[in-house]
Design a protein around this ligand. Structure first.
Ligand SMILES: Nc1ncnc2c1ncn2[C@@H]1O[C@H](COP(=O)(O)OP(=O)(O)OP(=O)(O)O)[C@@H](O)[C@H]1O
Ligand SMILES: [Mg+2]
Ligand SMILES: [Zn+2]
Ligand SMILES: [Zn+2]
Length: 555
């Protein structure tokens, strides 16, 4: 036998040829494979699944062929340029996105698929496990590269897993051209970001056609309005396919939790027990109408906020403090009136401030004679940090002693519920009564507390984990500080029921209804604090009967 000795260059050439031949063979083999069948996946056809289950129980039923009309079946059969599969939780949206990506990789050799979620954590929590369950499509030659966060196939197809938290990420991170864009939880994406990617990155390459966008989502999130307009309203809730101004077709496939026979009873019970009716309709029935994702939909600027007034010095004052350094640090000051109503009168909200400086800034913000009774703070501030002292010690040494807010199981959700109860209306406080209001909220927020107001207005519900919790990715620092304060202040106002009409009181005091009082404050009658002058409404000379209200003007 004669050994063939090849020159290195020839050897390399030969190797290349061999590899190319192998690749061509693999590609050819894969092209004829039914990817879904290999992975043991069948798009849910509910009548079929139910019949199969009945047969497995021993019932004498015939299992029908897939009907083609169930949402997952329609999703995988869709040929439009962009398709949103959206609505209720648990319909099977994420799994079908993933399967769509794998099937495309097999059908179209050399395709580049991009799977997007909002954050890395969300990729790791919802996309990775689904891929892990199918071993990263290894039965089809798929190989997971953890560093590159991509799955490669022997036919040169690739699925890249990426996240996109900002519009910046949209243009920066996603390098290269793609032919299929898969977006999970589309409404969580920064508004406009997916359009940027579609416009800049969806291009055909080496003969692979552009398949377009496939997205999945529940209602609610930063892009809720945009997504609803583009996919739900424009298509009459999925009744028709539309063609947009660029000639691209768009389709909406509604999802309901009941579409998915693989969910257990407990899952439906969890959806049924969601307390906010708009949110329940969104998560259980896939209703896009009423729910935009905000937790505090009862918030109204004109009711919950007010121009600052000087608050009586004898009201007790408290802090709620949420610690942060890279992320913002938030401090709220609240005063409690005679009824137990809370008046949030000051905030600090800043990032990149060290703990010594934080304590100094808290003291600097307070007036000389302002006495803060208790400062409830994030329990994390008591944590030991290697050699460094706990943050709470540093605060104390700098003149700001803290009290633990008290975290623990369920405390976040309890805190949001406490917020809900303080946002509710009660009989008007003397101040608002003087302006003609019959009721006012149990919490009043000065308009100077802009960050708190912003977060209160925008705080979204969580989309994963406990459905009654807020989204931990959203800005919640001032709201956390508020939670620490309200939880520790107790359940809120106890009211003296008033029997006088509100408008006559305003008349009596000579205040036009609905006017801010500025440095004046209408309060329940009691001992005058030093430095405050009294006006109309107090016990007057002609009238021995003390009146329940008085207007006081701050020094
Ligand atoms: N065709 C299918 N065959 C088997 N199991 C399925 C099928 N479709 C979905 N499932 C299973 O049902 C569960 C819910 O599916 P999935 O997470 O995809 O739903 P979702 O609509 O994305 O939910 P969410 O709204 O919570 O994000 C998962 O455990 C998934 O594996
Ligand atoms: Mg999902
Ligand atoms: Zn069907
Ligand atoms: Zn009021």
């Amino acid at each position: 036998m004669t050994a063939i000795i090849l020159a290195p260059a020839e050897k390399l050439q030969r190797l290349r040829e061999l590899r190319a031949r192998k690749e061509a063979q693999e590609t050819e083999r894969l092209r004829n494979v039914d990817a879904f069948a290999v992975l043991g996946y069948e798009p849910t056809c509910k009548p079929r699944v139910l019949a199969r289950e009945a047969r497995d129980r021993g019932e004498d039923v015939e299992v029908p062929e897939p009907c083609g009309n169930c949402p997952q079946e329609r999703f995988h059969a869709a040929t439009e340029d962009s398709v949103l599969y959206g609505g209720a939780a648990g319909g099977g949206k994420t799994l079908s996105l993933i399967m769509e990506g794998v099937r495309a990789s097999i059908r179209h050799p050399g395709i580049r698929v991009l799977i997007l979620r909002r954050s890395y954590d969300e990729l790791a929590e919802s996309i990775y496990p689904e891929f892990q369950r199918i071993s990263w499509a290894s039965a089809l030659g798929g190989r997971w590269n953890k560093t590159e966060k991509e799955i490669t196939f022997p036919n040169r197809s690739v699925i890249r897993l990426r996240y996109m938290e900002s519009l910046d990420d949209a243009s920066r991170r996603q390098g290269g051209a793609y032919q299929l864009l898969l977006v999970d939880e589309l409404t969580l994406m920064p508004p406009g970001a997916v359009d940027v990617i579609a416009l800049e990155r969806l291009r055909s390459a080496h003969g692979v056609p552009v398949l377009g966008i496939r997205a999945a989502s529940n209602p609610g999130g930063a892009s809720h309005g945009e997504v609803r307009a583009a996919y739900i309203d424009a298509t009459d809730e999925g009744q028709k396919v539309i063609t947009d101004e660029h000639g691209l077709t768009r389709r909406f496939i509604p999802a309901r939790a009941t579409d998915n026979p693989y969910l257990d009873e407990a899952y439906y019970r969890r959806l049924d027990s969601i307390s906010d009716p708009a949110r329940r309709a969104a998560m259980r029935d896939g209703d896009w109408g009423q729910f935009s994702g905000q937790m505090f939909t009862q918030y109204r600027f004109d009711r919950h906020t007010m121009d600052p007034v000087t608050l009586p010095p004898e009201w007790s004052r408290y802090n709620g403090i949420d610690w942060g350094f890279a992320k913002p640090w938030a401090v709220l000051w609240g005063a409690v009136d005679e009824d137990g109503r809370v008046w949030i009168y000051r905030e600090i909200y800043e990032a990149q401030v060290g703990e010594t400086e934080q304590a100094a800034r808290i003291l600097a913000a307070e007036a000389g004679d302002e006495h803060v009774s208790v400062r409830w703070a994030d329990d994390a501030m008591w944590a030991t940090r290697g050699d460094a002292k706990p943050i709470s010690d540093v605060y104390a040494e700098n003149g700001v002693p803290l009290t633990e807010a008290g975290k623990g199981q369920g405390s976040r959700v309890a805190g949001w519920q406490r917020w809900h109860s303080y946002l509710a209306e009660g009989p008007a406080c003397p101040h608002h009564r003087a302006q003609g209001w019959e009721s006012c909220p149990k919490i009043h927020i000065f308009r100077t507390c802009e960050k708190l107001i912003f977060e209160l207005k925008n705080l979204p519900y969580a989309k994963t984990g406990n459905p009654e919790d807020a989204d931990t990715k959203a800005h919640d620092h001032a709201m956390d500080a508020g939670r620490y304060l309200l939880i520790n202040l107790g359940t809120g106002p106890e009211f003296t029921i008033l029997d006088t009409r509100p408008v006559p009181l305003a008349d009596e005091l000579g205040i036009p209804p609905y006017q801010p009082l500025g440095s004046q404050m209408v309060v329940r009658q009691q001992e005058a604090a030093e430095g405050w002058s009294w006006a109309d409404g107090g016990a007057s000379e002609e009238d021995d009967e003390p009146k329940p209200w008085m207007v006081r003007t701050s020094p």
